[in-house]
Design a protein around this ligand. Sequence first.
Ligand code: NAD
Length: 320
Amino acid sequence: MSKLRVAVVGVGHLGQHHARIASQSPHATLVAVVDPGEARGREIAEKFGTRWVATLAEILPEVDAVQIAAPTGLHHALGLESLKANKHVLMEKPLAATLAEGQALLTALQAKPKLVAAVGHLERFNPAVKALSDRGFKPRFLEAVRVSPFPMRSLEVDVVMDVMIHDLDLLRALVGAPVVDVEAVGVPVLTPHADLVNARLKFANGAFATVTASRVAQKKERTLRAFADKAYAKLDFAAQKLELLGLVMGPNGPEIKNEQADIEEGEPLKLEIEAFHRACLAEGGETVTWEEGLEAMRVADQVQKAVARSLEEMLKGKVN
Ligand SMILES: NC(=O)c1ccc[n+]([C@@H]2O[C@H](COP(=O)([O-])OP(=O)(O)OC[C@H]3O[C@@H](n4cnc5c(N)ncnc54)[C@H](O)[C@@H]3O)[C@@H](O)[C@H]2O)c1
């Protein structure tokens, strides 16, 4: 089977990993990396045995697919350019900078039904998450925490679009129903945008979740607790660990059984990118769709609006 010809567009902090993984993918050939920064572009191209070009237009005729890891503000333009040239697209998250741009991408895609268009919600590919979904766990209440020390990057957006969006997508996928109601509070701490946000989500099937995202924590923590009927799951994204507790009938009556799921560790980004390559080659490979990417953005937008309302109230109350 012939390999997919790919270009990685934007080789900054995350794009360098896209280039590494694409260069090693058994399903793809990394034809080029694209970046307006020549020094950075050449450095990454040399490291992963490919060539550098400055613009997407130069390489589109030579590839089947693009992996876009350029700044979010450029997703819309780069995505439209790639679709117009009939290329499959893996777009980093969030799908676009605004809901209108995300919707425009989706509309353009609908005219190209043969193309694969994926969005980089990589936690879906975390082996611990996969282990939880494979068990058919039906959560009624979930609690997601994603906090880290101040990153000094991605500060042009708030913590919702940058960080919480991972959980907004994942929770909906785990619950299997859309979000119907959102309440949220949040505060700017070190930037003009909300750096710490807590949201409460209600899903169409009656499930609830609380989600906390912060980039002003002292330590990194990325965890999920999920509660179902007579069962409880505790997931650590970074350690790729899943602990399950359930009520079972023991020899002396009901007892709690504690199980550490057997997980084969894997790099979520690699699993995501290789699944995209396989999907483009029509060799299987599940991806997170642009519809799902836009849905996560819609919920993120509702969280941001609720945070803005809570801040207005706070200022009226003169907490400053
Ligand atoms: N999935 C995740 O967990 C995750 C993590 C980090 C970043 N991201 C996303 O990845 C994207 C990039 O983030 P980053 O932190 O790597 O940013 P970055 O600023 O480190 O890198 C962006 C790169 O894109 C290049 N670039 C700028 N204009 C370009 C253009 N027209 N064509 C090609 N390249 C261009 C820049 O020169 C830079 O090298 C963002 O959308 C971000 O939200 C996702």
